[in-house]
Write a protein of this length. Structure first.
Length: 345
């Protein structure tokens, strides 16, 4: 099956006025599979928006190829690009609604542009508003709606022409946590019920954890790593990815918790990661048993990622210093280990 989106050695440079050239996207290779919900994460300025704007040809690459649904958009003419854009939905952080039009008018607008008859438009708009849960708001104006309702209008508008790909640029960043959860659930419903491939740009790992199956981490225009959410979360390669993951998993002790634990646990403190399918849970207990070291579990977090268990357990290891060191080395070879040292160090 053709990948909905494929980036091949894509680079995008901008001519900044003062700072010279900006390398917003730097030699990115990425495949988005059909039915994926991919999260593109990174700090401000990492190049996320530019990467996503390359998908619907709002930006064109300086070099490399962006292939959407099998078609290389770097060789398309303007008419083909317009058609491509109409087949890709986009949702924005600030909703981008037309204030002078009603909810129904906003949602029906892309259909009007596409030449749909009034009767067909009305039918489709009613269907869309029902789907996103605001059927009763059709005649209201955006100013009469809450943020979450406005975003539902934005989503309904983006879905109007039944796009195969939906791009969501920080779609929940302007919403409170509860509304964020509702809008994320709606995006997930779009993915599962309509089969839409969704590209989510976010700086929040919680968003990735709750709705994405794959993730790409960007920094300085580069794609640092990408893969299934479980793989990247349980085996992050870059320190930047690790920092992002720590913001959502909270399964390792925070510096404050660690300081508190040290009061009652003077021994060497280590956290070990346990992943599904690696057999490391048995390996862990076997390894702990092989050494003449007393181990006490003092902190543990069980998280679930993509319905699979992922956990990090924190132990105090006490005994002869050399034995403890040998155990730490053995543990490091079979698990993802973080060594917090002992209070004496
Ligand atoms: N049209 C433009 N002209 C010049 N520079 C640009 C343009 N668009 C983006 N940039 C620059 O490219 C880099 C990447 O920007 P981009 O908006 O893609 O990052 P981002 O990760 O989406 O950040 P944010 O989360 O703040 O939106 C930044 O240095 C930005 O200033």
């Amino acid at each position: 099956m053709t990948a909905p989106v494929s980036f091949r050695n894509v680079t995008k440079r901008f001519d900044g006025s003062k700072s010279g050239q900006v390398l917003a996207v730097d030699d990115v290779n990425l495949e988005v599979a059909a039915g994926d919900v991919i999260g593109v994460v990174g700090y401000s300025g990492a190049g996320k928006s530019t990467l996503v704007r390359l998908i619907n040809a709002l930006e064109l690459p300086t070099s490399g190829h962006v292939v959407v649904d099998g078609d290389d958009l770097t060789i398309m003419n303007e008419r083909q690009l317009r058609e491509l854009r109409s087949n890709i939905g986009m949702v924005f952080q600030q909703f981008n609604l037309m204030t002078s039009r009603t909810v129904a008018g906003n949602v029906g607008y892309p259909l009007k542009v596409a030449g749909w008859s009034r009767a067909d438009r009305n039918k489709r708009v009613a269907e869309l508003l029902e789907f996103v849960g605001i059927a009763d708001k059709a005649r209201q104006f955006p100013s009469q709606l809450s943020g979450g309702q406005k975003q539902r209008v934005g989503i309904a508008r983006a879905l109007a022409t039944s796009p195969k790909i939906l791009l969501a640029d920080e779609a929940t960043s302007a919403l409170d946590p509860e509304t964020t959860g509702d809008v994320l659930a709606l995006l997930k419903k779009i993915n599962t019920e309509l089969g839409t491939t969704i590209v989510v740009i976010t700086h929040e790992m919680d968003v990735v954890r709750s709705i994405c199956n794959t993730v790409g981490v960007m920094s300085g225009g580069k794609l640092l790593e990408s893969g299934s959410v479980y793989e990247v979360f349980s085996n992050p390669r870059s320190s930047e990815t690790k920092r992002f993951i720590e913001t959502t998993l909270k399964d390792k002790p925070s510096p404050e918790t660690l300081a508190r634990l040290r009061h009652s646990h003077p021994g060497r403190i280590v956290s070990v990661g346990i992943r599904e399918g690696t057999g490391s849970r048995t390996t862990l207990s076997d390894t702990l048993r092989r050494f003449d070291v007393h181990s006490t579990m003092i902190y543990g977090g069980i998280s679930e990622i993509q319905q699979k268990p992922f956990r990090s357990l924190t132990y105090e290891l006490s005994g002869n210093e050399r034995d403890v060191e040998a155990l730490v080395i053995a543990l490091r070879s079979v698990t993802d280990l973080q060594d917090w040292g002992s209070s004496g160090e």
